[in-house]
Design a protein. Sequence first.
Length: 91
Amino acid sequence: MAVLTDEASRTEVLNRLKRAEGQLRGIQRMIEEGQPCLDIAGQMAAVRKALDGAYVRMTVCFMQQEISAHLGVAETEAMLADVQTLLGKIR
């Protein structure tokens, strides 16, 4: 199985995950403090969206890495920009 070798992409995905981790800690704190369920649910939806975004970015980075090895960089960049846009619309 392939791994993300591009350092910038790996850093971007990790930063997105760290942001989601902070949001999760905030949700835990909200529950401990007895915040309203609707407020908590809104924050949970935000975390899900953040995780979906990290997943899409990781998937596109992986595809870019693998396809570039077979097609060439120029063709891959344009195609994957469209793929990322399409994947972003399913969230």
